[in-house]
Design a protein around this ligand. Structure first.
Ligand code: NAD
Length: 254
């Protein structure tokens, strides 16, 4: 197979959590452009439906599935809905996440729990459910969204729960990769730096500082993560598992 053919996803079946907008939407678009049918999984079903309709224009099948990734029953129902629509699951992009910035000393238990539930437990639940289907099929590739904040502590925003959740995603990814390699299921993560989405663009006061601390002196845009996920989702990466791919404009160099 030529190297370009290795990146093709024709006929593959994928889901993307947090797929309605932002990084999830961008990656879902790349998967669809490469030929995969894609399920957009999100709490925000209205936006997910719109995204699904846009991606259908690319000539692939798409569905939108309303799911809270923190709820095990909803996650099981989501997998059932995707299996009944697509028949199988080849690619899972576990990407839904939030950020709450509160100083550690005054952070409420509710805020801590919400971040850990969505960013870490949600990734575990959707990876576990997808992994079960993939183990049965003896193939599959899972990509989890971590963050450069799983590697280093950013300032000035206080975000201990976010940092801890993303560090957790990186080692969860390695743990699943080690357990599931014998089933031909690969598990990797990406660690974006600052990417221009609603999550970051709403924090206007911090953006100049972030840019100053980024060697490339700019934020990334969601499309700049497409190639990283396409690589990990495709046959171009068949010997890559348990790795974390940092895409951060050089932020973690300093
Ligand atoms: P975003 O806020 O634009 O999109 C997040 C999506 O997740 C939304 O559509 C939202 O409805 C969905 N979501 C939130 N909670 C959910 C839940 N419980 N169940 C299902 N869906 C839920 O954010 P984004 O910037 O696109 O971030 C996507 C991922 O990338 C997150 O995990 C985030 O932590 C990570 N990340 C983002 C950046 C960045 O700079 N934007 C950097 C590093 C990592």
């Amino acid at each position: 197979m030529s190297i370009l053919d290795q990146f093709k996803l024709t006929g593959k079946k994928a889901f993307v959590t947090g797929g309605a907008r932002g990084i999830g939407k961008s990656v879902a678009t790349a998967l669809a452009e490469a030929g995969a049918d894609v399920a957009l999984v999100d709490l925000d079903i209205e936006t997910a439906e719109k995204t699904a309709a846009e991606l259908r224009q690319l000539g692939v099948n798409t569905i939108a599935v309303k799911t809270d990734v923190t709820n095990p029953k909803e996650v099981e129902a989501m997998i059932d809905a995707i299996l009944s629509a697509f028949g199988t699951i080849d690619i899972a992009f576990n990407n839904a996440g939030i950020c709450i910035n509160e100083p550690a000393a005054t952070m409420t238990f509710e805020a801590w729990k919400k971040v850990i539930d969505i960013n870490l437990t949600g990734v575990f639940l959707t990876a576990q459910a997808a992994g079960r289907a993939m183990i049965q099929n003896k193939k599959g590739t899972i990509i989890n969204t971590a963050s450069m904040s799983g590697h280093i502590v950013n300032e000035p925003q206080p975000q201990c729960a976010y940092n801890a959740s993303k560090a957790g995603v990186i080692l969860l990814t390695k743990s699943l990769a080690a357990e599931w390699a014998e089933h031909n299921v690969r598990v990797n993560s990406i660690s974006p730096g600052y990417i221009g989405t609603e999550m970051t663009l709403s924090a206007k006061q911090w953006i100049p500082g972030w840019l100053a601390r980024t060697p490339q002196k700019r934020m990334g845009n969601p499309e700049e993560l497409q190639g990283a996920v396409l690589y990990l989702a495709s046959d171009a990466s068949t010997f890559t598992t348990g790795t974390d791919l940092v895409v951060d404009g050089g932020f973690t160099c300093w």
